[in-house]
Ligand binder design. Structure first.
Ligand code: SF4
Length: 634
């Protein structure tokens, strides 16, 4: 068994309640490494194409990585993979927190779950022992209550629990999975897959230390990085202001997504800033396993008309915008309340906010009426209505709640009458809160992301904007030598984001937090490589690692091709091909559609995919050791 791994992959069949343990050879680990690559390996090998995502045939895979669970900073993440009920494409979401490291200590490198139980169950894994336990008494319970009950009945308050709330149980298509009540596998509706399998939770506890090749070296690097964290403005800002730090520059520049993307100008932006949050609702900051940055916000509100429970954390940038300015709402207390509800019921806050904003715009133009909304005035800025809609969606209440639980894409098709003009999505997933008109590389990634628009598919353009940018100063080892303007869509930008897609996919499959290492923070590429070498004992290189990232992208591409996705699905919402309306950027910014199409085509070519069909070539698959996938091209 290679260092860094446990050598065990747990397979569970929830239909017959049986499980078995696979011990893959070292060559398997050195090819797929962890996270999304391991998930995709099983999805491509064991899942039939066109499987209904909510049927027993879908697989649900939990996979940390070889360096998850080491003492190295900012590497707490693990991936959940399944076919997504929101996009019907490859589904994937990474979460930080504590669950991934605990699974490794409990003796497993991954869990592959298939089948469905007829009654609610939860998995209990401790130090290599596995039990499928009854969860009837937990079904319908909020995540906070369920966590308390599980820890009490297993008599251990250090158990780490990944679980779903009511939205997952009710198969809301953008339900997510949470660990420790505030760390999310957010996008793609993977919580609904868990709900369809009647799997309420996976509780893990491990007391065995990981076998690491050179623990002392990792400790030495950890010390070096930790010392720099307090002095470096990038990590200090993350600690002091968290992700909401970007609200001020965005609203001042006029690119804060607002009113369902009809404008980037939000007059009341000051009410949403990180500084306002710190002054009003911030209780404390917390972090993830072995991470000294502690960037996560915890909010508390204790007023007569509104209370926010700090157990469920606090709103990040994406949440403040999607449940705030996108819905025309500027009251942080209500946004924090909506965040608490989404967390308690396990719903992705981006898709929730975007779906409610879509309904608000439909209501504004008369496509939805009071009769449809059960008497609620769902107008932009109506914060009480927003909270009511969150409840209705999570409980899939008959009428509008049940309709919006499908997400904005399906809801718009069902409403008809031009409602599709008010959705903003890629591959059926609502777009996140970063405007591609000011970050064209992010736009390319939205269009190309295997699992639908996502802002975590590459570092963002400003990290490469001038000679002083971290991406330019610290990433020369990848051949990144010259800056590119954030709004540029030249060949240079396309080539840069091809590299960044691969680099970020590697982060995802290694469980590395994007906020821990360059270009987003202080850990260097050399330090990360040394952490990997010290964990595994493998004399690996960036050449080998970048191939691993590229392998995972090609596996995802083949999975989606099998499901019927084509270049038509690699696109951006129409709004970004138009100029900004209102505010400092009024009348500017439209992305040129022809240029964007040319950029996509070049990107296919740079990936060695067919320039017209976007399908990986057999030669590329052979180069990546994926020749077993060539048969899927027919
Ligand atoms: S930087 Fe923040 S999100 Fe990333 S591991 Fe540290 S605490 Fe978690």
């Amino acid at each position: 068994m290679p260092y860094g791994y446990t050598g065990n992959i747990l397979h569970v069949n929830l239909t017959n309640k049986k499980y078995w343990i696979e011990n893959p050879p070292e060559s398997f680990y050195r090819t797929y490494w962890g996270g999304r690559a391991i998930g995709l390996y099983y999805m491509l090998k064991q899942m039939r194409s066109k499987t209904d995502p909510l049927s027993p045939g879908n697989l649900l895979i939990f996979a940390p990585s070889v360096i998850t669970g080491t003492p190295a900073p900012a590497i707490p993440r693990y991936t959940v993979c399944a076919k997504s009920p929101l996009t019907e494409a490859q589904g994937e979401a990474e979460a930080g927190g504590w669950w991934g490291p605990e699974l490794k200590k409990a003796g497993f490198d991954a869990i592959v779950i298939k089948g469905s139980s007829t009654t609610p169950v939860y998995l209990w894994i401790k130090d290599g022992r596995v039990e499928i336990k009854d969860a009837t008494h937990l079904w319908g319970k909020d995540t906070g209550t369920a966590q308390e009950i599980i820890r009490k009945e297993l008599a251990d308050d250090k158990i780490r629990i990944a679980q779903i709330g009511r939205a997952g149980e009710n198969l809301v298509r953008f339900a997510n999975i949470v660990n420790e009540l505030k760390h999310f596998n957010g996008r793609n509706g993977l919580g609904a897959v868990m709900g369809s399998k009647k799997l309420k939770a996976v509780a893990v506890r491990g007391t065995k230390p990981l076998k690491i090749y050179n623990q002392e070296k990792i400790k030495e690097i950890t010390k070096q990085i930790s010392q720099r964290i307090m002095d470096n403005p990038l990590s200090r800002d993350l600690q002091e202001l968290g992700t909401p730090a970007v609200i001020r520059p965005f609203y001042e520049a006029g690119c804060l997504p607002s009113y369902n993307w009809t404008t980037g100008y939000f007059e009341e932006g000051e009410n949403l800033t990180a500084e306002t949050l710190n002054k009003t609702i911030l209780k404390k900051t917390v972090g993830c396993y072995a991470c000294p940055i502690r960037c996560k916000r915890v909010a508390e509100v204790n007023e007569s008309d509104i209370k926010v429970d700090p157990r469920y954390g606090g709103p990040e940038y994406e949440t403040i915008t999607s449940l705030g300015s996108i819905c025309g709402i500027s009251d942080l207390k209500y946004i924090a309340k909506a965040n608490e509800l989404c967390n308690k019921y396990t719903m992705d806050t981006i898709s929730t906010g975007m779906t409610i904003a879509f309904a608000m715009q439909c209501y504004q133009v008369g496509l939805l009426t009071k009769q449809d909304t059960g008497g609620i005035e769902i107008t932009f800025g109506n914060k009480e209505a927003m909270l009511k809609m969150v409840e209705k969606i999570a409980h899939r209440e008959f009428g509008l709640g049940a309709l919006l639980a499908h997400g904005s894409y399906i809801a718009a098709q069902r409403i008809g009458k031009g409602a599709t003009n008010f959705i903003h999505q890629v591959k059926g997933q609502e777009i996140p809160m970063h405007d591609p008109r000011v970050k064209t590389g992010v736009g390319l990634q939205y269009a190309l992301a295997d699992y639908g628009a996502d802002h975590m598919k590459a570092p963002h353009d400003p990290f490469f904007k001038d000679q002083d940018s971290v991406g330019i100063k610290e990433m020369k080892g990848l051949g990144i030598l010259e800056p590119v303007s954030p709004t540029d869509l030249s060949k240079k930008k396309v080539a840069l984001f091809k590299l960044m897609d691969i680099y970020w996919s590697l982060f995802d499959l290694l469980g590395v937090c994007d906020f821990g290492y360059v270009p987003r923070s202080v850990g260097t590429m050399d330090e990360l490589l040394e952490i990997i070498r010290s964990a595994t004992g493998w004399r690996t290189s960036w050449l080998e690692l970048m191939k691993v990232g590229e392998r995972s992208i090609n596996m995802a591409r083949i999975f989606n091709y099998r499901e019927g996705f084509t270049p038509k699905d690699d696109t951006l919402p129409e709004v970004f091909f138009n100029n900004f309306q209102g505010g400092p950027l009024d009348g500017q910014g439209a992305i040129n559609k022809k240029d964007f199409k040319k950029a996509l085509k070049l990107r296919y070519e740079l990936m060695s995919w067919d320039a017209d069909t976007g399908i990986p070539t057999p030669a590329k698959l052979i180069e990546l050791g994926l020749d077993w996938l060539i048969k899927e091209l027919k």
